[in-house]
Design a protein around this ligand. Structure first.
Ligand code: IYR
Length: 224
């Protein structure tokens, strides 16, 4: 049998911290990340594209199935394209709010005050349409299967949201259902499926957010 392993090297760039420093870093990171809020009112101010590019690079380091990196990110800053995406999204959302959503779902959403109007899709400077990829198309046209799509892309998306927050930007994780229209509008191939539309930018000056609470540690974790 031929050796198909990747060549290996000693773990590069690993940093160990003394326990005290580790505790301080964990506390500081928690303080930093707990300021993150999902925002629905965006300023039209532009953001430096390099920030988005670096945050995407960060997302692209996410752990994933068999290192197939089964994701694709489409960054939309073009106003006409945003307008198109807004119109298509509002159509889907109108159908959701008026017909498809069961009462219990509408009741769960009522405290958030969301509806089918999505002005932020046009206001925010950046939309990042995130796609899962079923396979890689090899140069000879053959297909190389991808694994754990939802897990991999979910982790990468979490890292992207964290990176954008770290840079002082706000986001909205938007998941209109069904999202197939995004593939068509953005001209993505059939083996890619829209996973989430991430809206990113600065909050509007009068941006407000609901008063919500996160479950305490005791409720979300068990130590055995
Ligand atoms: N996609 C719809 C509905 C919606 C669903 C959930 I669950 C939310 O947490 C928020 C909204 C919308 O974006 O309005």
């Amino acid at each position: 049998m031929t050796d198909t392993h990747y060549p290996s090297i000693p773990l590069p760039d690993y940093k160990e911290y003394p326990a005290e420093e580790m505790i301080r870093r964990s506390r500081e990171f928690y303080e930093e990340i707990k300021r993150r809020r999902t925002v629905r009112e965006f300023s039209r101010r532009e953001v430096p594209l390099e920030v988005i590019q670096n945050c995407l690079r960060a997302a692209g380091t996410a752990p994933n199935g068999a290192n197939m990196q089964p994701w694709h990110f489409v960054v939309v800053t073009d106003q006409e394209m945003k307008k198109k995406i807004r119109a298509a999204t509002e159509e889907v959302e109108k159908e959701f709010y008026e017909k498809r959503a069961p009462d219990y779902w509408l009741e769960a959403l009522a405290p958030l005050g969301t509806d089918a109007n999505k002005p932020y899709i046009e206001d925010a400077p950046v939309l990042i349409a995130i796609f899962t990829q079923l396979h890689t198309v090899m140069p000879d046209g053959s297909k190389k299967k991808h694994y754990y799509l939802a897990e991999s892309v979910g982790i990468a998306t979490g890292m992207l949201i964290t990176a954008l927050h770290h840079c002082g930007l706000v986001t909205l994780t938007h998941t209109p259902q069904p999202m197939r229209y995004l593939r068509e509008i953005l001209g993505r191939p059939k083996h890619e499926s829209p996973y989430l539309l991430l809206v990113a930018g600065y909050p509007s000056e009068d941006c407000r957010v609901p008063v919500i609470e996160k479950k305490p540690l005791e409720e979300i974790a068990t130590f055995i």
